[in-house]
Design a binder for this molecule. Structure first.
Ligand code: PNS
Length: 164
């Protein structure tokens, strides 16, 4: 029997947006198992809103309907994490040309570090192409309505954060 196809979808997910969810659900069309992997170390510096533990809990709740999705965190290099869990495919979402340079650099660096790893880029549904976790954080912190951009488990935690 063929090996199950394990796909890793890595990121900061601070927080998980509907755009991330859309990409993850699209991956299930070709992945036997999808690991949504929350990185302790992100390449681009960002001010953190949620702890990694909170992010894992939110993602788990959002995908509680989907037994093929697992959630994990990782420290160190993405390629080492993939080697450890036996995954040779990584998915990243590409929203616009502006994402391309950063993604392309990371893809080629990862390939240099481990040539057996393939990076696959996926486009989200058109209605999510403007969406980013950093914009969601900013809009929420300034009192804007983010209910159209994140799902209920994330919205609840975002409201707790912005009220406290
Ligand atoms: O959601 P993000 O912040 O754009 O995700 C970037 C992420 C976490 C996928 C990237 O920074 C990463 O892979 N970090 C792990 C450390 C690593 O492997 N760095 C070298 C990347 S070429």
């Amino acid at each position: 029997m063929a090996e199950p196809r394990v796909v890793v979808y890595p990121g900061s997910f601070d927080p998980l947006t509907l755009g991330h969810e859309d990409i993850a659900r699209r991956c299930l069309k070709f992945a036997d198992k999808l690991i949504i992997a929350v990185a302790h170390t992100a390449t681009q510096h960002k001010d953190r809103l949620f702890s990694v533990e909170d992010r894992l809990a939110m993602i788990e709740e959002c995908f509680s309907d989907e037994p093929r999705v697992e959630v994990a965190d990782f420290s160190g290099l993405l390629v080492d994490f993939c080697k450890r869990i036996g995954a040779r495919m990584v998915v990243r979402g590409l929203r616009a040309v502006s994402d391309f340079e950063y993604e392309f650099q990371m893809a080629l660096m990862n390939r240099n570090l481990w040539p057996d790893l393939e990076m696959v880029f996926m486009a989200p549904a058109g209605r999510y192409t403007f969406l980013s976790a950093s914009l969601v954080r900013e809009v929420a912190s300034l009192g804007g309505d983010i209910s159209g951009f994140v799902s209920a488990p994330v919205l609840r935690r975002m409201r707790e954060k912005t009220v406290s």
